[in-house]
Write a protein that binds this ligand. Structure first.
Ligand SMILES: [Zn+2]
Ligand SMILES: [Zn+2]
Length: 156
């Protein structure tokens, strides 16, 4: 990625504590944690949550820490994997479970990750998919058939 234009990507950011979103440029993530993957986003969908983020309603004012890249419903292709990732590979077409669980709290350790007390949501608590690339834990990837209509893969 020496080319200057390849180091930046277009993103949709919730920047200010007011109504609206900002289309801007950000660096493409260059570092991955060992359990993360980098995905080239092909398609995204707009969810009701995104409307809360856009309008900056009471929920958003209480919940959000700005700034961050919005968006959590998407499909794309894995272009890079962290050191310890083995369940997905470069070239896989994936969509995502949007809840990132900690794997360490008492609920996660009991196999009840759905009620993890440290759950983070992609595009709410982490930089999301309204971007050319998104970085998420490999564990959150659903591997899709390369023959599936990619438009259908971004909706959850
Ligand atoms: Zn959603
Ligand atoms: Zn947990």
């Amino acid at each position: 990625m020496e080319d200057k234009y390849d180091t930046l990507m277009t993103v949709v950011v919730k920047e200010k504590p007011e109504r609206g979103l900002l289309i801007t440029k950000k660096p493409i993530p260059s570092e991955l944690a060992e359990d993360e993957v980098l995905i080239k986003v092909n398609y995204t969908s707009v969810c009701g949550t995104d409307y809360h983020i856009y309008s900056y309603d009471a929920w958003a004012q209480k919940r959000l820490k700005l700034p961050f890249t919005a968006g959590h419903e998407f499909s794309g292709e894995i272009v890079k994997i962290g050191r310890s990732v083995s369940r997905v590979k470069i070239g896989d077409i994936v969509s995502a479970e949007t809840h990132i669980i900690c794997g360490k709290c008492e609920f996660c350790l009991r196999g009840e990750g759905h009620i993890c007390e440290n759950t983070k949501i992609i595009g709410v608590d982490t930089d999301g998919c309204f971007a050319e690339y998104v970085r998420i834990p490999a564990m959150n990837c659903f591997i899709n058939s390369p023959d599936a209509n990619p438009l259908h893969l971004s909706v959850q």
